[in-house]
Ligand binder design. Structure first.
Ligand code: THU
Length: 127
């Protein structure tokens, strides 16, 4: 499952829009019921309006009605491991603190961590 999701993220990365940083990122998100949503980073001339690949994948899935997720793979290719930024960690924590995060530069050597490991004591409103 991890390798398959990583491969999907790598394929999605081809559509990244990153003319400013040149750092192209792809993500693939596995929903609880087995569907895969991909995402890419989309930069903007107003830099702060940029959205990361992870949030793009989440936004696509959430807007199609999904709320629970099993795993997310994220990749920037073979140069550097793409670890989710702080905003993405908090964004994802809202839905799935136990999410499995798959990262790495090579599908044969993937790093698997839970979102909780990446964001200990994350914030959620008590509803
Ligand atoms: N970026 C992501 O899309 N995901 C990450 O995990 C790390 C950073 C993007 C944001 C920006 O477009 C570029 O990478 C450089 O920071």
């Amino acid at each position: 499952m991890e390798k398959m999701l990583y491969a999907e993220a790598l394929k999605a990365r081809e559509n990244a829009y990153a003319p400013f940083s040149g750092f192209q990122v792809g993500a693939a998100l596995l929903t609880e019921d087995g569907q895969v949503y991909t995402g890419v980073n989309i930069e903007n001339s107003s830099y702060g309006a940029t959205i990361c690949a992870e949030r793009t994948a989440f936004v696509k899935a959430i807007s199609e009605g999904h709320r629970k997720f099993k795993a997310l793979a994220v990749t920037a290719g073979d140069e550097q491991e793409a670890l989710p930024c702080g905003i993405c960690r908090q964004f994802m924590y809202e839905f799935s603190p136990e999410l499995e995060i798959i990262t790495g530069t090579d599908e044969e050597n993937l790093n698997i961590r839970t979102l909780k490991e990446l964001l200990p004591l994350g914030f959620r409103l008590e509803k």
